[in-house]
Design a binder for this molecule. Structure first.
Ligand code: SAM
Length: 248
């Protein structure tokens, strides 16, 4: 008996579209997405594509019309319902361009719900290019199978971040804290990572004074900020997020 192929096949191209998708709708694409489907993937009329809009899950669509720089896709059926991303935020002091790009890509793959650049005294990055970071998050979501994008918010000072925070905060403190492997409670939660130069003593005191803050240690070595962010997020997902075993 022939084996039943897994559905949907993993090799189908997967694209994010910033427009609402639904059964029997037609969507037009142009620019880099049309170029990707026709010139990179060499797909023509009748080919299948997976689409998601960040809200309604994932959809199977078929190329109905293909012009040089434009395509029409007809949406046929839903392949996945919207997923429940664990409500965990990653707050980080902006770092240099290559490292921040890497951080955003990997945090999206790991499942962060929201990314929050937080400006501290020793933050060195002059500007945070949110559009660029959002494009990186979209590409990562297309590649890893997420149906929801992480929200990437405007940079804010550490004091404003702490002032508005109403959820558990896990503060990665290279000076020491609770054992990360047993510290995390289920979401909602936020993780805070400092800049390359670390927090000032005053900032450290302010974070530790927050009633919902727990200082956590990520082991005996000093990690680069982006390594620390992803180590903390991965440990969160494994112990309290959606990698953790759910009884039953
Ligand atoms: N300049 C600081 C120093 O030399 O002490 C190191 C800062 S570290 C490069 C950047 C951030 O990563 C820290 O502020 C902290 O949030 C986090 N981090 C790095 N290693 C850590 C560890 N072992 N435990 C907890 N947090 C850590």
């Amino acid at each position: 008996m022939p084996a039943t192929p897994a559905w949907p096949p993993k090799s189908l191209p997967r694209l994010y579209l910033a427009q609402a998708l639904g059964k029997d709708t037609a969507v037009e694409i142009d620019g880099p997405q049309a170029n990707y489907l026709s010139n990179v993937m060499r797909l023509g009329i009748g080919a299948e594509v997976l689409l998601f809009d960040g809200h309604s899950g994932e959809w199977l669509a078929r190329i109905a019309e293909a012009a040089k720089k434009r395509m029409t896709l007809s949406v046929e059926r839903q392949t996945r319902a919207p997923e429940a991303i664990p409500d965990v935020w990653l707050a980080f002091a902006p770092i240099k361009r290559t490292q921040i790009d890497w951080l955003v890509e990997k945090a999206t793959e790991l499942g962060a719900a929201r990314l929050l650049p937080v400006i501290t005294h020793r933050t060195i990055a002059e500007r945070v290019k949110l559009d660029r970071l959002r494009s990186i998050a979209i590409e990562a979501a297309e590649q890893c199978g997420r149906t929801r994008l992480p929200e990437i918010v405007e940079p804010q000072p550490l004091t404003a971040f702490l002032g508005a925070l109403e959820r558990r905060l896990y503060f990665a403190d290279e000076n020491g804290g609770a054992d990360v492997a047993v510290s995390f409670a289920p979401p909602p939660a936020a993780i805070l990572i400092g800049p390359e130069g670390g927090f000032t003593d005053e900032e450290r005191r302010a974070v530790r004074a927050h009633p919902l803050a727990t200082a956590i240690s990520l082991g005996p070595r000093i990690l680069r900020a982006e390594t620390a962010a992803l180590a903390a997020l991965a440990t969160f997902m494994a112990t309290a997020g959606d990698w953790a075993h759910k009884p039953g």
